[in-house]
Ligand binder design. Structure first.
Ligand code: SF4
Length: 241
């Protein structure tokens, strides 16, 4: 049964990668996480982290960024790609928020129900389910399940969902993950997807989820020996802002 397989996957991932950092100890601001996650779309963690720190160094606060010219914003984030769209989305969002709430301190949203946070933030262009799920975890200390490209790929290979987009994967997983395990599963699936179940040449030969996996080509990849580097490439921007 899918749910017992899911529980086993959660357990084995936890045994291998452990628990993620405690998201209640240090919480960056809602807007910091929102903008950092927005910048991370379609680029590497390293580039989006550079763009985020450029913004923070250039503007003493987000109100100043809201007043800045589009070119100035674009210049700050050009290192992370799609800077035209991202700078426009950020500027419009900041100004709309000032109009809507009279402030850019969005900490009042921490009191909202989870569904209300999704509803509220989805109104802004360029802000989707994944970004809001990251805000819930990293700025609000809640349990949520952001689905990025790694999470989407791994869950499909394991056969726990059968979808063609991260949004549909998010929807199919909704209600299936045991209470309190969403953030942990998200974090461990990213580490697993980066280091073992890689997009190209997955390391099926050393995979501890092999018997649970439904990926048709797993026996082909099992014959390929590849080195494992458990700690490689685990930098996650949201754990570092
Ligand atoms: S067996 Fe291969 S495809 Fe399946 S989860 Fe493991 S690494 Fe991924």
């Amino acid at each position: 049964m899918k749910n017992s397989r899911l529980r086993k996957v959660i357990e084995l991932l936890s045994e291998y990668f452990g628990k993620p950092f405690d998201n209640n100890i240090r919480q960056p601001s809602v807007l910091d996480v929102l903008i950092a996650t927005k910048l991370s779309q379609n680029t590497t963690d390293k580039s989006s982290y550079a763009a985020f720190t450029n913004l923070k160094k250039t503007f003493t606060n987000w109100e100043k960024a809201a007043e800045a010219g589009l070119d100035e914003l674009k210049d700050c984030i050009k290192v992370c790609g799609l800077s035209n769209t991202k700078s426009k989305n950020i500027k419009v969002m900041l100004n709309d928020m000032i109009r809507n709430y009279g402030t850019l301190d969005l900490s009042f949203m921490k009191k909202y129900r989870t569904e209300k946070v999704y509803e509220e933030l989805l109104q802004y262009d360029g802000i989707g389910i994944k970004t809001i799920s990251c805000v819930l975890i990293f700025a609000m200390g809640k349990d949520a399940f952001p689905v990025d490209t790694h999470v989407h790929r791994v869950l499909n290979r394991l056969g726990l969902v059968r979808t063609n987009s991260p949004v549909k994967t998010f929807e199919q997983m909704s209600g299936k993950i045991p209470e309190g395990k969403k953030y942990e599963l998200h974090s461990n699936l990213i580490k697993f997807g980066r280091n073992i179940c890689r997009a190209k040449n997955p390391l099926c030969s050393i995979c501890f989820l092999y018997s649970l996996c439904r990926f048709k080509e797993k026996s082909f990849y099992r014959k390929q020996k590849a080195p494992l580097n458990k700690g490689d490439n685990n930098f996650i921007i949201l754990e570092n802002i």
